[in-house]
Design a protein around this ligand. Structure first.
Ligand code: URP
Ligand code: ZN
Ligand code: ZN
Length: 460
């Protein structure tokens, strides 16, 4: 058997299994997984001592995202450059309408940017307000491969949707093979908490954790689950930050609701003691970092199987943007840069330090995000026929995270100084080495917008 490229001598890691195998690539796709040494190719990559994984699929990535007075600082080229350095080969971005814009126009415009990427991307649409044109827009977008739609129960006056809009959107999408992906924090609870704290002068970045209590997340998750159950719609909860919220979703799943949990790397690794440090503003995100006990309890659900995916919630603000309103979190840009660090941080902290099986790591960070977004089995696997998006990891490399050693369009990382074990060294996109030995080997933008397959129509 022969092909264009052979990755030989490594341990292939898929969701559900791992073992020695060679990966044969032809025409940008995996053509076969074969016993080591049994195939030939024009070019060979020696992966001895390495883990050969499907490239990461980041289901939650904001590129050049405008919220309030701030726009995050990267474009598709910059974001995907950082992504591939970190072993991620597909990002899912958001097309979020500003007031007065409609979901379809914004999504079609954002989709055009995919070609600037070094890797492929997909897109979540977004519904903020209901009107009679929304069902036709959703149907058109799903026909064009945009099947997941972000909604928010917070950020009043910006992107918050009413319960009525959430219900109508869920019900419409359920009939079309689409799904709501939702940020749940009960805005009325947050608003009240923030007004009281502002009156007492305790609304700065150091107060971040208290300004958005866990109870607000729990309350909103319960409400949205009830809506989904009432209209028999699937629902995916983004960046769940507490075990309690995850357990509400798991309990709903056990009674037949198609409900899924995404956790994001920073909630699994960093805790709210960061708000007592020198630069609390650099850790301001929604939901906020939680207590060490809550981080521990959330992380346990990576092992129980109750967490479906791990995303980054990448938002590339820099320290200057974070500092401007550090005395009032209500005016601050929320979110942390993380597309490049998502995989290495989780690999080191959970696979190496806590014993998470590496095949579960691939499930959480690649296969399941691909499935949840209608991209599997094209993405998220190394089975024959998949795009040859591959990260070859040195599981023993030790290194220190520094902003200067990363490639995101910002001047800081929330993981500054952290020592990690394991990193991707060589990364292939559609069969081409884009990163080799930790250096960019091919900066040519060849990104494609990947059309998601509607749920129940031949996807996974
Ligand atoms: O703090 C966050 N998460 N910012 C990005 C927007 C969002 O809510 O996902
Ligand atoms: Zn969110
Ligand atoms: Zn987000």
């Amino acid at each position: 058997m022969s092909g264009d490229l052979l990755i030989t001598g490594g341990t292939v890691v898929e969701a559900g299994w791992s073992g020695p195998a060679d990966v044969l690539i032809s025409d940008g796709r995996v053509s076969a997984l074969v016993e080591t040494g049994t195939a030939t190719a024009a070019t060979t990559i020696d992966a001895s001592g390495r883990l050969v994984m499907p490239g990461g699929v980041d289901p939650h990535c904001h590129v050049g995202f405008t919220s309030g007075e701030f726009t995050s600082l990267d474009d598709y080229r910059e974001c995907t450059t950082a992504a591939v350095y970190g072993g991620t080969t597909t990002i899912v971005d958001f097309a979020i309408p500003r007031p007065g814009e409609n979901p379809a126009d914004v999504a079609y415009a954002q989709r055009e940017k995919a070609s600037q990427g070094l890797c492929d991307s997909a897109l979540h649409g977004c519904v903020v307000e209901w009107d009679d044109t929304v069902p036709d827009q959703l149907a058109a977008l799903i026909g064009d491969g945009i099947t997941t739609f972000k909604m928010f129960t917070t950020y009043r006056g910006e992107t918050m949707a009413s319960e009525d809009t959430v219900l109508r959107t869920m019900k419409t999408l359920a009939g079309l093979g689409g799904m709501v992906v939702i940020h749940c924090e009960a805005d009325h609870i947050i608003g009240d908490t923030q007004r009281s704290r502002a009156a007492a002068g305790r609304i700065g970045a150091t107060d971040m954790a208290a300004t958005r209590p866990a109870l607000a997340e729990t309350a909103s998750v319960a409400e949205v689950l009830a809506i989904a159950e009432s209209v028999d719609a699937p629902v995916y909860f983004v960046h769940q930050s507490t075990a309690e919220a995850v357990e509400l979703v798991a309990a709903a799943r056990r009674r037949g609701v198609r409900a899924y949990t995404e956790a994001v790397a920073h909630h699994l690794v960093l805790d709210d003691s960061r708000y007592a440090g020198d630069h609390p503003e650099r850790f301001v995100c929604c939901p906020p970092l939680r207590s060490a006990g809550q981080v521990e309890a959330l992380g346990r659900h990576l092992f129980t199987g109750e967490i479906t995916t791990i995303g980054s919630d990448h938002c590339c603000y820099d320290t200057a943007q974070k500092e401007i309103h550090r005395e009032d979190v209500r005016a601050m840009p929320n979110g942390l840069p993380g597309v490049e660090t998502r995989l290495p941080v989780i690999f080191s902290e959970y696979v190496v330090r806590r014993g998470l099986p590496v095949s579960r790591f691939v499930e959480l960070t690649s296969a399941a995000p691909a499935r949840a977004n209608g991209l599997y089995p094209r993405k998220g696997t190394l089975l024959p026929g998949a795009d040859a998006d591959i990260a070859i990891w040195n599981p023993e490399a030790t290194w220190q995270v520094t902003a200067s050693g990363l490639h995101m369009a910002t001047d800081y990382t929330p993981y500054e100084g952290m020592r990690l074990t394991g990193r991707p060294e060589t990364v292939l996109v559609n069969g081409r080495p884009v990163v080799e030995d930790n250096a960019l080997a091919d900066p040519t933008p060849r990104g494609r917008h990947i059309r998601a397959v509607p749920f129940g129509r031949g996807g996974a």
